[in-house]
Design a protein around this ligand. Structure first.
Ligand code: SAM
Ligand code: FES
Length: 353
């Protein structure tokens, strides 16, 4: 670690902020010593805010049908080989009931942008889920919708919404998406979600094609200024039936580095150690928590559909029952001195409506 890097780390630690040029410099000049210093600082911040508790979210992948065509995603509409499914309302409620017994108090409904989920249909599901489990939070991750739709879903009881911004650089966004999708609309959605009253999550893939230290610096500046309650980052992993099939995956090293930087920018942010991180390294999620993450999102989807929600190749945890996943993660967290909390795990200080 050079004197310059020491100065940048110390500025970040004290001011929770760097300029865009400084973020890029920190990323470009990083070495093992800088990463390990940042990870120690980030883990200390995590511990100061959350103790040794790691929040869990039960992920229910409700549909692999998607009208969009993101160039990186395995369930994009042009992937004719993808197996498509949609869970019934009963299946979703039954996954959640099983999850509740296992100790989950947040359910994340995630899916492709499946036109079947009109406001009426999705609001109905959210209402039933909240009625069945009034002690639980519902997070939606169902993509871009209208302000009216976000409002209706919030009024039906949804608490949080995850919508990764994917990249804060408009030119980079255009290289990852077909022309019919727009950076401005993505950002519009994030603003609408915030105004509606949700706990909002943004985020991006680490190592996505065409990403540079400069685009990453924009991501970090966006996170610093937007101040999301949640932030999902994980490595890009190529999928064999997408245009990016031959692109290299994002690295463990850079993902851990960025998790630490994000924890230092926003000490209270809900920051998952993602399944993608666990996919590129067998101990990726443990390393993610040690680098500053504080959330894990095991899969509660029925085992029969898990392989079909294939965003990238070799996704882990597609064969295990939900109880096994919970048990496995509990053991993994214990091995690093943490434990899974039975708690909704809202953003610190958040007033539940
Ligand atoms: N349709 C919703 C949306 O767009 O927000 C939610 C589902 S989408 C599949 C969830 C996230 O998966 C995306 O935001 C993207 O960052 C991530 N993802 C997609 N393809 C990926 C890949 N090949 N490697 C890693 N992550 C990927
Ligand atoms: Fe479905 Fe990107 S391919 S939202």
């Amino acid at each position: 670690m050079t004197g310059r890097e020491k100065a940048l780390v110390s500025k970040l630690e004290k001011e929770y902020s760097l300029s865009e040029a400084e973020y890029a410099e920190l990323i470009t000049g990083r070495d093992g010593e800088t990463a390990s210093r940042l990870a120690d600082l980030a883990a200390a911040k995590r511990k100061a805010v959350f103790g040794n508790a790691v929040y869990t979210r039960g992920l229910i992948e409700i549909s692999s049908i998607c009208k969009n065509n993101c160039l990186y995603c395995g369930i994009r509409r042009d992937n004719a080989e993808a197996e498509r499914y949609r869970l019934t309302e009963e299946e979703i409620l039954s996954c959640a009931a099983e999850g509740h017994t296992l100790g989950f108090r947040t359910f994340v409904l995630q899916g492709g942008e499946d036109p079947y989920y009109t406001d009426e249909v999705l609001c109905g599901i959210v209402r039933k889920l909240k009625k069945q489990h009034p002690d639980c939070a519902v997070t939606l991750s169902m993509g871009e919708r209208s302000p009216e739709s976000y409002r209706a879903l919030y009024e039906a009881g949804a608490d949080r919404y995850l919508l990764r911004h994917e990249t804060a650089d408009a030119g980079h966004y255009a290289k990852l998406h077909p022309k019919e999708m727009s950076f401005d609309n993505r950002m519009r959605c994030l603003r609408d979600l915030r105004e509606t009253g949700y706990q909002v999550g943004c985020g991006f893939m680490v190592g996505s094609p065409f990403q540079t230290p400069e685009t990453l610096a924009k991501d970090l500046k966006f996170i610093e200024t937007f101040r999301p309650e949640m932030c999902g980052i994980g490595p890009f992993i190529p999928h064999r039936n997408t245009p990016f099939r031959d692109e290299p995956a994002g690295t463990l090293e850079l993902t851990l580095f960025l998790l630490s930087v994000i924890r230092l920018i926003l000490p209270e942010v809900l920051l998952p150690a993602t399944t993608a991180l666990g996919t590129i390294h067998p101990l990726g999620r443990e390393m993610g928590i040690r680098a500053g993450a504080n959330v894990v999102m095991p899969n509660l989807s029925p085992v029969g559909v898990r392989k079909k929600y294939e965003l990238y190749d070799n996704k882990i945890c597609t064969g295990e029952e939900s109880a096994q996943c919970r048990g496995c993660l509990e053991a993994r967290m214990t091995s690093i001195g943490c434990h899974l909390a039975v708690d909704r795990g809202d953003a610190p200080g958040w007033k539940i409506n």
